[in-house]
Design a protein around this ligand. Structure first.
Ligand code: UDP
Length: 322
């Protein structure tokens, strides 16, 4: 029988959306976890055996108080546009100073550091051709000092810090995630959050779906379970990892079609309300995940319709339609 070697992993943002799913998976497979989270956009999780939670800003973390760490998942970052427009330092600090700190920790422990970057690093990558995909060396085009730029610039700088660490021999990689969605996303839902929880919230309250622009902009949405599988495999991979890799669904959908699909899954007639788009909002985005596929054999398993069905049926149990 294949025995699991128990490890201690540090997960920054471990009480956030992706973090809590990752921690649950790691604990279920017998590992010990240290969560570092400032709980700006998350709630402290319930006490769980094997999980120690430190409420702190990661850039201020006292590294000498930590036990021996076998691997670091650096996820901490706010992602809701309203918050990073109003408080840009709360996205700049964890991605820049926080990443520097996590590099120091990886060096101290000679362990692997996985930094979750974002498809936002591509900015608005040009013409809206839905069949196009972006590999890691795709051009990036940013509207500077836009509504989106605090987040995208912080992630670009985070990647640069990982690059300089890797050049010094630190075992590290940056993973560009493409619109991850799933259960328990953005529980604080403060103002303009991410599109899927916003639409779900509107549908459940019988309100119009707030589509920004004409809804022709497209994204690919990646199911949380697929992302967690990928992140865990990357940590356990025995060979050196490339500097940066895309991780995302390659199934494109326009935002208007997403609204309609969600309404169909809930089985109500959609009422759409059109609103202004944020400045710097990309017209399209679709990853080429060949590098990740070659490296660990990962590819997404869950279609957007399947994922929405799971998410919506779980949500309706907790918040039935009135
Ligand atoms: N969006 C929308 N209504 C909302 C929230 C977002 O139409 O209530 C649109 C937004 O304009 C963008 C897309 O959905 O084009 C994805 O937005 P999100 O913030 O979820 O992700 P990102 O822009 O980072 O891909």
């Amino acid at each position: 029988m294949h025995e699991i070697v128990q490890k201690t992993y540090l997960v920054t943002g471990g009480d956030g959306f992706i973090g809590q799913h990752l921690v649950a998976k790691l604990v279920a497979t017998g590992h010990d976890i240290i969560v570092v989270d400032n709980h700006i956009t998350s709630m402290p999780s319930e006490d769980t055996p094997g999980v120690k939670v430190l409420q702190a800003n990661i850039e201020q973390l006292n590294l000498s108080q930590l036990p021996k760490i076998d691997g670091i998942f650096h996820l901490a970052s706010i992602a809701a546009p309203r918050l990073f427009r109003e408080h840009p330092m709360s996205v700049i600090r964890p991605n820049i100073h926080g990443t520097e700190r996590m590099v120091q920790l990886a060096e101290l422990n000679s362990c692997r550091l996985i930094y979750t970057s974002s498809s936002e690093t591509y900015g608005n990558a040009g013409d809206s051709i839905s069949s196009k995909k972006m590999a890691e060396d795709h051009t990036s085009a940013h509207l500077l000092l836009s509504d989106k730029s605090p987040y995208s610039s912080a992630k670009v700088m985070g990647e640069e810090i990982i690059r300089s660490a890797k050049e010094r021999g630190v075992d590290s990689t940056a993973i560009r995630l493409f619109n991850v969605y799933g259960e328990n996303m953005d529980p604080t839902l403060q103002g303009r959050g991410r599109v899927i929880p916003n639409f779900l919230n509107a549908l459940q309250q019988g309100l119009a779906i707030p589509v920004e622009g004409d809804g022709s902009q497209s994204r690919t949405f990646t199911w949380i379970g697929d992302v967690i599988e990928g992140l865990v495999q990357l940590m356990q991979h025995h060979r050196e990892l490339p500097l940066v890799m895309n991780m995302g669904s390659e199934e494109t959908i326009t935002i208007l079609d997403l609204a309609k699909m969600m309404a169909t899954v809930i089985d109500i007639d959609p009422i759409i309300e059109f609103a202004d788009r944020l400045s710097g909002d990309p017209d399209w985005r679709c990853p080429d995940c060949s590098l990740l596929r070659q490296t660990i054999g990962w590819s997404p398993q869950t279609s957007i319709e399947e994922g929405l069905r799971i998410l919506i049926s779980e949500n309706l149990i907790r918040h039935p339609l009135i």
